[in-house]
Design a protein around this ligand. Structure first.
Ligand code: TRP
Ligand code: ZN
Length: 882
C-alpha cells in the first residue's frame, strides 16, 4: 500500500555495520531469466564497535532467492528471513564469505532500473538504488568494494560482453561464451554496469598527461555506427580539459560508452563503462540539431568528469547527491563555456535555472541542495540538486577566485580519494585550502527557496557618494518557515554616461573583492566614493548568485544597459527585463479586454540590435528571443496561460510586421552562408544558424507567401537538421494547413528509421499552437512509432505537451490535466521514475486561477486514490496535496 512509504532522514544516518571488500559476480543470461551468483567478502566495520555481532541486512528487491551459503555452509531458510525489501542473516564471525544465487527477469523489466533489456541488448542502471534489483547487497554508496564480474551468454546474440574495468579472461563453450572483467578501483554498487549485445564500436585513443595511452570505445547498435564521431571528439576534449583545468588524469587503460535506446535519464557514469541514452551520444548534422550536438558534448563531458567528482570521490549517502552532481554540472558548464561561447552558455543556463529551478523552489517539492528527508531518492535528481547545486559551486568559485578554487579542489581530491564523503567535507577542503570561514555560506546547502534581493539606490552629488541598499528575503518553503541571511556575492559595475565602468571605491562598511560585493546581512548598505555623476548600476553580473534581483530600472536604463554594459550576460538580462515589462503590460490589457499595444522602446531596441553589424550574432539571437512562456508563468503572481500566450504572441507579431525588412535581410544573408558552407557544430556556425532561424520564425508571422516559399525551401533543401527542423516547426505553427500536413508526412517518411528524429517529429506536434493539439497528441499515441515503454517517446510527446504547450495543457476544460493524469497512472507500475517526472506540471497548481487549481488538484486526488502507487508517484502527489 502506498501509505507504507517511509520517510528517510539525514539525521538518522548510521555508518554500515558491515563492509564488503570484494564482490565477485557471475551472470548467466538467458532469454527467459537470468541467474546471478554473488560472492561477497564481508567483514564488520571496524569503526562500529559493539560486543555482539549485529544482524546483516542486505537490500534486495524483486529477486527470487535460490541459495545462501556462508563460508561454504549452506544456510537453510529457517536461518534467514526474506521480505520484499531485504534478506536478514545472523553472522557468527567478524568476517566471512557469503554466496547467494538469485533468479531475475531482465526480459520483463519495464522500470529500466537494475538489469533490463533495451531492444535486443542487456544493460544496467543501478543509480541510485537499482543494484538491489540484481542481487542481495549493501546497496548504499558508503559501502565500496572491488568488483570482478563474469558474464556468460549466447555467443551469436550477444557477441559483446562488457563490465567495469579491464577484461581479464574470456572463453567459449558450445554456443555460449563468457568474459570476466575486473575493476581495480573500489566503488559503490551504484557504479556497477553490465552490457551484453550485438554491438559495433568506434575505437580511438587518448594519451594522458603522463603519456599513458587510453583505449576509447563507443559501442552502439550497428545502424548507428556513423553517428558517434561528435561524441568521440567531445570525449577527448573532456579528457584534456580535466587535465588542464583540474589536473585530473584518467585512471584506467580503457574507457567505454554504450548507447541504449531505453534509458530513464541522460546518461550514467558507471566506472569505465558509461551508459548513455542514445539521445546523448548520437549526432550527425543531417539528423541532430545544433542543440542536440551541444547536449551530446555536455553530457559526454559530464559523465566523464564524474570519474573524479563522483567515482574516485563519491557520496557518503544520497542526501549528499549534490556533492557529485552540483560540482559535476559546474565542471561541465565551464567546459562547454571554454569550448563554445561563454556568454551564450551562461545565458542558456540561467534561463533554464530561472524557468525550472525557481519554479521548483516555489512549489511543493522545494528542497535544499542537500535535502534532509526523502521518501524516494529517485525523485531528488532535480534541477535543484543539479543546476542550483552548480550555482552554489559557482559562487564558491567566485568567492575563492580561480586559483583559490583550484587549491581547494586539489585538497578535496587528495584528502578524499577513494572515500565516500559529505558536502561538509567538500566545503571544508575549500575552506582549509584558502584559510577562509565558509560557515555562513553553508546556509545555501540547508535552506531551500530562491532569495529575493531588493536593491535601492541613492546618489548625493554634493559628496559624490552613491549608496546601494540591499535587502534579502527568502520566502518560506515546505518545513522551512524562517531563513537566515545568505552570503550573496554580487558582481557589479557602475556605468557612467558614456557606458564605461567607473572604478569601484567602497567606503565604510562592507566587503568588495575585485568587482564583487558580499551581501551577508538581511539589510545592508554599501557606499561608493568619488562617483562624479549618477551612475547606472549593473548588478549581479554574470548572474553571480541564484537570486531574484529587484531594482527599479527605468526603460531608458535598460536600453542603455542593453547597449553599453560590458557584461554580456547583463546586456541580455536588460533585454529580457524590457521584454518582460512589455509583455506583462499586454497581459493586463488582454485581461481587461483592452487593445494590446507594442512598446515603442522594445521595438527600437530590437531595431538597433538588428542594425548593428558589429554585434556578436549569437548575442543578437539571444537578445531577440522573448522570454519563454514558462518563465512568464514562473514570474506571475497568478499565471493566466491564455493571456500570457496572447500577449507574447501579439508582441512577436508586431515586431515581425514592423521589422520585417531587417529580419529578411538577416535571414537571407545567413541562409546564403548556410547553403555555401559545410555544416559545422562550432560556436560561430551555431550562432549564425540560430540568428537565421530566429529571423525565420518572426518572418513566418507576417503571412507573406514569399516567406512561405523561403521556409519551404529551407525545409526541403537544407543539409542539416537544425535548418530542417526549424522550418518544420514554423510550418506546423503556421496557418498554411496543406503545406503543414505535407511537411509532416514528408519528414516522417524521410526519417521513419531514425527514432531520435521521430522524437523531434513528435515534439514539434506536441508543441503545436493549433487549437487541436491535445486531440493530436492522443492520436499520435496510437502511431506506429510511439510506445509508452520508451522514455524518450514519452518525453517527446506527452512530456513536451504538458511542459511546453501552455494553452493546450491548461485548456479550461481540464482535458489536458486529465490526459496527463491518465498517462501517469499508466506509467505508475510500468516505469515509476518516468511516471513521477511526468507529474511535475500538475504539482504547480498553486500558480493558476481558482478554477484551474481545482481541476489540477482533482487529478492529483484521482491519482492518490489509485491502487498500488509507487513510492515515486506517491511522494510527489502526497507533497503536492498538503
Ligand atoms: N548520475 C547520473 C548523472 O547525472 C544520473 C542518472 C542516470 C540517474 N540514470 C539515472 C539517476 C537513473 C536516477 C536514476 O549523470
Ligand atoms: Zn551527474
Amino acid at each position: 500500500m502506498s501509505n507504507s512509504v517511509k520517510t528517510i532522514y539525514l539525521k538518522d544516518y548510521q555508518a554500515p555495520d558491515y563492509l564488503i571488500d570484494e564482490t565477485h559476480l557471475k551472470f548467466e543470461l538467458f532469454e527467459n531469466f537470468t541467474m546471478v551468483h554473488a560472492e561477497l567478502h564481508i567483514r564488520r566495520n571496524p569503526d562500529k564497535q559493539s560486543d555482539e555481532l549485529p544482524e546483516l541486512v542486505l537490500d534486495g528487491q524483486e529477486l527470487e532467492l535460490l541459495t545462501v551459503v556462508m563460508d561454504n555452509v549452506v544456510i537453510n531458510s529457517n536461518s534467514y528471513t526474506v521480505d520484499d525489501k531485504s534478506l536478514t542473516l545472523q553472522p557468527n564471525k567478524n568476517s566471512f564469505i557469503l554466496k547467494t544465487t538469485v533468479r531475475i527477469h531482465p526480459e520483463t523489466n519495464t522500470a529500466l532500473e537494475g538489469l533490463y533489456k533495451s531492444n535486443t541488448m542487456f544493460c544496467t542502471q543501478c543509480e541510485a538504488e537499482g543494484f538491489r534489483k540484481i542481487t542481495y547487497y549493501l546497496d548504499r554508496p558508503d559501502v565500496m568494494s572491488k568488483f570482478t564480474t563474469t558474464i556468460e551468454a549466447d555467443q551469436q546474440s550477444y557477441p559483446i560482453l562488457l563490465s567495469n574495468g579491464n577484461q581479464i579472461a574470456s572463453g567459449q563453450e558450445d554456443d555460449r561464451h563468457w568474459a570476466t572483467w575486473q575493476d581495480p578501483f573500489k566503488k559503490p554498487a551504484y557504479l556497477f554496469a553490465l552490457v551484453a549485445g550485438d554491438l559495433w564500436c568506434v575505437e580511438d585513443s587518448f594519451t594522458t598527461m603522463n603519456q599513458r595511452k587510453v583505449d576509447l570505445r563507443i559501442y552502439v547498435e550497428p545502424e548507428n555506427i556513423n553517428k558517434v564521431n561528435h561524441a568521440m571528439t567531445s570525449l577527448k576534449n573532456s579528457m584534456r580539459w580535466d587535465e588542464e583545468v583540474y589536473g585530473r588524469e584518467y585512471d584506467l587503460d580503457i574507457f567505454m560508452i554504450v548507447a541504449v535506446s531505453d534509458f530513464n535519464m541522460g546518461a550514467m557514469e558507471n566506472k569505465g563503462l558509461n551508459i548513455f541514452n542514445t539521445s546523448c551520444v548520437l549526432a550527425r548534422p543531417e539528423t541532430a540539431t545544433d542543440m542536440a550536438h551541444q547536449r551530446v558534448e555536455g553530457v559526454v563531458a559530464h559523465e566523464y568528469f564524474h570519474n573524479w567528482s563522483g567515482n574516485r570521490v563519491t557520496c557518503r549517502d544520497w542526501f549528499q547527491l549534490s556533492l557529485k552532481e552540483g560540482f559535476t554540472v559546474f565542471r561541465d558548464s565551464e567546459f562547454t563555456a571554454d569550448m563554445n561561447s561563454r556568454t551564450v552558455k551562461r545565458i542558456e543556463d540561467v534561463a533554464f535555472l530561472r524557468t525550472h529551478q525557481f519554479a521548483e523552489d516555489a512549489g511543493p517539492m522545494a528542497h535544499p541542495i542537500r535535502p534532509d528527508a526523502y521518501m524516494e531518492i529517485s525523485n531528488f535528481y532535480t534541477v535543484t540538486i543539479y543546476e542550483k547545486g552548480a550555482e552554489i559551486i559557482r559562487m564558491l568559485h567566485t568567492l575563492l577566485g580561480k586559483e583559490g578554487f583550484r587549491k581547494g579542489t586539489d585538497l578535496y581530491f587528495e584528502r578524499h580519494d577513494g572515500q565516500a564523503v559529505t558536502c561538509d567535507d567538500f566545503v571544508k577542503a575549500l575552506a582549509d585550502a584558502n584559510a577562509i570561514d565558509l560557515t555562513q555560506f553553508k546556509r545555501w546547502y540547508s535552506q531551500a527557496g530562491t532569495p529575493q534581493l531588493e536593491v535601492l539606490e541613492s546618489y548625493d552629488s554634493a559628496t559624490k557618494q552613491y549608496h546601494l541598499t540591499f535587502k534579502q528575503f527568502c520566502p518560506p518553503t515546505p518545513n522551512q518557515e524562517e531563513k537566515q541571511p545568505f552570503v550573496i556575492p554580487v558582481k557589479m559595475g557602475l556605468l557612467n554616461k558614456q557606458g564605461q565602468d567607473l572604478p569601484l571605491q567602497l567606503v565604510g562598511e562592507g566587503t568588495l573583492v575585485g568587482d564583487v560585493i558580499l551581501i551577508t546581512e538581511a539589510e545592508q548598505t554599501f557606499t561608493f566614493a568619488n562617483v562624479g555623476e549618477k551612475p547606472v548600476p549593473s548588478l549581479l553580473r554574470d548572474f553571480s548568485a541564484p537570486v531574484k534581483l529587484k531594482f527599479a530600472y527605468s526603460k531608458d536604463d535598460l536600453l542603455f544597459l542593453m547597449q553599453h554594459d560590458n557584461d554580456g550576460f547583463n546586456r541580455w538580462d536588460a533585454s529580457q527585463r524590457l521584454a518582460i515589462e512589455a509583455i506583462q503590460q499586454q497581459v493586463v490589457n488582454y485581461q481587461a479586454g483592452n487593445p494590446m499595444v507594442l512598446d515603442s522602446g522594445l521595438e527600437k531596441a530590437y531595431a538597433s540590435l538588428l542594425a548593428d553589424s558589429s554585434l556578436d550574432q549569437a548575442m543578437v539571437a539571444e537578445m531577440l528571443s522573448l522570454p519563454a512562456e514558462n518563465y512568464l508563468v514562473e514570474i506571475s503572481e497568478v499565471a493566466d496561460p491564455d493571456a500570457i500566450h496572447a500577449a507574447r504572441q501579439f508582441i512577436r507579431q508586431q515586431l515581425a510586421n514592423n521589422l520585417k525588412g531587417q529580419f529578411l535581410t538577416h535571414y537571407q544573408a545567413n541562409r546564403a552562408v548556410s547553403q555555401q558552407e559545410a555544416y559545422r557544430a562550432t560556436a560561430d556556425h551555431i550562432a549564425r544558424r540560430s540568428l537565421q532561424n530566429m529571423a525565420l520564425s518572426y518572418l513566418m508571422l507576417t503571412d507573406d507567401p514569399q516567406v512561405l516559399t523561403l521556409c519551404l525551401d529551407q525545409f526541403k533543401h537544407s543539409d542539416n537538421m537544425t535548418e530542417q527542423l526549424a522550418a518544420l516547426t514554423n510550418l506546423v505553427n503556421s496557418p498554411y494547413e496543406s503545406e503543414k500536413q505535407q511537411a509532416l508526412v514528408d519528414f516522417y517518411e524521410q526519417f521513419a528509421n531514425d527514432p531520435l528524429v521521430i522524437d523531434q517529429w513528435f515534439a514539434v506536434q506536441a508543441n503545436s499552437q493549433a487549437g487541436d493539439s491535445l486531440a493530436r497528441v492522443v492520436e499520435l499515441m496510437k502511431h506506429e512509432a510511439f510506445t509508452i515503454k520508451n522514455p524518450n517517446k514519452v518525453r517527446s510527446l506527452i512530456g513536451a505537451f504538458a511542459n511546453n504547450n501552455l494553452t493546450g495543457f491548461h485548456q479550461k476544460t481540464g482535458a489536458g490535466y486529465q490526459f496527463l493524469a491518465d498517462q501517469v497512472l499508466a506509467l505508475n507500475t510500468m516505469n515509476p521514475q518516468i511516471a513521477s517526472r511526468l507529474l511535475t506540471p500538475l504539482t504547480r497548481w498553486r500558480k493558476y486561477d481558482e478554477e484551474r487549481q481545482q481541476l489540477m488538484k482533482a487529478e492529483l486526488e484521482r491519482i492518490m486514490a489509485a491502487d498500488k502507487l509507487s513510492s515515486d508517484v506517491y511522494e510527489v502527489v502526497n507533497k503536492s496535496l498538503v
